[in-house]
Design a protein around this ligand. Structure first.
Ligand SMILES: *Cc1c(COP(=O)(O)O)cnc(C)c1O
Length: 457
């Protein structure tokens, strides 16, 4: 292995981007705006009960570049710029002529890309005089990220954690508590939504949609409290663009450009974060981006982009949020308790959905077992133990590399290693002991859930 070119492409802290990239400036067609319960376009004032003005402005902005506040960059520098790594050993194990790179976001304090948005969200809320933040968390990644970010700016944080994850992931809960947050299993007795759900089913496993309803309900009812969301919304994708912007600078340093970008897709924030800055080159008509493909990978058990409808739907289970135009499985879709909690969401970002609909993003669904096969192969060649969500991207990246081997093409593959799996070893345990199953959501169950889509227009 000594003859290999260097594996890690470093950036100096001074080379960290100073501005986020907003893909809304470069969409082929204007985005469909969020709608209120009356079917009217949501006005900024209607969001003020739960978000600070700076976030609302970013949510609606079509400005291409938005400056990253110095206070946010100071905290980013605790772990950013994140490394771009060439997976030489994985390439050798696969015998592929492809060059495989991964952008490693697991170096953040919380172990994933999510602090990239948690930090600015906490900052803008602090600046607006807010004292408390509420949020939901699935696998615990977002909850731990906002707990960390809240602590950095002296804000109290209350987290509604999806019931199954709360019990599967005690260490994520303890991380949040270490950073000073309060954590409750959702559905909880603390909100009307939670009490209603528990009355129907005392053993409700919970879902991200339900936990969002609880966190929004609480934030809307208190003036000193705002809500934070870890994915889906435009401002979250904006913040995550730092991933792709850094990766572009890193590729420039070695004179390469990706042919294919692969990322896991739950709500779509890390996918948009890594892919959109490259799609900007395509929008600008740059030759090097002509062949670029962007592949968003989801589980077959929650196949939003591949099997969902492109329609207006609520972001949460009980219809508190505005209606968003997106790929959706129906807001009351209850995904099975798979081991990639961050990918168990019924919808997807409007921006990722629109670009998928317009053919600029390719969706791909992969079954659970094959993702763990890929994650273990990656750990055994590259060392890092990936988060189960990230394993979805690794599966697709390995399959791209094997296709390149079959066709003899020396493709450049970039995938988003969105987090490490150190708190997901129970899932690996299930995999090794043969207890994990593949689950493809039955088409008629999806059809039934889509019948509950809200009627618009
Ligand atoms: C949350 C999470 C995801 C999925 O969320 P997106 O908003 O789609 O990025 C992927 N990977 C990891 C490690 C996560 O924590």
């Amino acid at each position: 292995m000594s003859s290999l070119e260097p594996s890690r492409i470093y950036l100096d802290p001074a080379e960290m981007p100073t501005h986020w990239y907003n893909v809304a400036a470069d969409l082929p067609t204007p985005p469909a705006p969020p709608l209120g319960p009356d079917g009217e376009v949501v006005k900024p004032e209607q969001m003020q009960a739960i978000f600070p003005d700076a976030i609302i402005e970013q949510e609606m902005s079509a400005q291409r570049w938005i400056e990253i506040p110095e206070e946010v960059r100071d905290i980013y520098r605790l772990w950013r710029p994140s490394p771009l790594v060439r997976a030489h050993r994985l390439e050798a194990a696969l015998g592929t002529p492809a060059k495989i790179f991964y952008k490693y976001e697991g170096v953040s304090p919380a172990g994933s890309h999510k602090p990239n948005s948690a930090v600015p969200q906490a900052f803008y809320n602090k600046q607006a005089g807010i004292k408390r933040l509420t949020t939901e968390t699935g696998a615990g990644q977002w909850g731990s990220s906002i707990s960390f970010a809240g602590q950095m700016f002296g804000l109290d944080v209350r987290v509604y954690m999806v019931n199954v994850s709360y019990h599967q992931k005690p260490y994520r809960r303890l991380m949040m508590q270490t950073w000073g947050a309060e954590v409750f299993a959702s559905p909880s007795e603390l909100t009307q939504t939670g009490r209603d759900a528990l009355a129907k089913d005392a053993n409700n496993p919970g879902s991200l949609g339900l936990a969002i309803s609880e966190a929004v309900e609480e934030a809307a009812s208190r003036a000193d409290t705002n809500y934070t969301l870890g994915s889906v919304l435009n401002h979250v994708l904006l913040h995550q663009s730092i991933i792709g912007l850094e990766a572009k600078t890193q590729f420039d340093k070695i004179g390469l450009y990706p042919d294919v970008i692969v990322g896991p897709c739950g709500g779509g924030s890390s996918f948009g974060g890594i892919a959109f800055p490259f799609l900007a080159d395509k929008a600008a008509g740059e030759k090097r981006a002509e062949r670029l493909r962007c592949v968003a990978v989801e589980p077959t058990s929650c196949p939003t982009l591949t099997q969902g409808a492109y329609a207006y739907d609520f972001g949460d289970a009980s219809g508190f949020t505005p209606l968003m135009k997106m790929y959706t499985l129906g807001h009351d879709f209850m995904p099975p308790g798979i081991h990639a909690g961050g990918l168990r969401y019924h919808g997807a970002s409007s921006l990722v959905s629109q670009l998928t609909h317009e053919g600029l993003v390719e969706p791909l669904a992969v079954p659970q077992l094959a993702t763990f096969d890929a994650g273990v192969q990656f750990a055994r060649s590259e060392g890092i133990i990936p988060a189960p969500e990230s394993c979805h991207a690794i599966r697709a990246a390995i399959d791209e590399a094997l296709a390149a081997k079959a066709s003899g093409e020396p493709k450049v593959i970039l995938f988003n290693l969105t987090g490490h799996g150190h708190f997901d070893m129970t899932s690996y345990d299930r995999y090794f002991s043969g207890q994990l199953e593949d689950f493809a959501y039955p088409a008629d169950a999806i059809r039934a859930s889509l019948e509950h889509l809200p009627k618009v227009g």
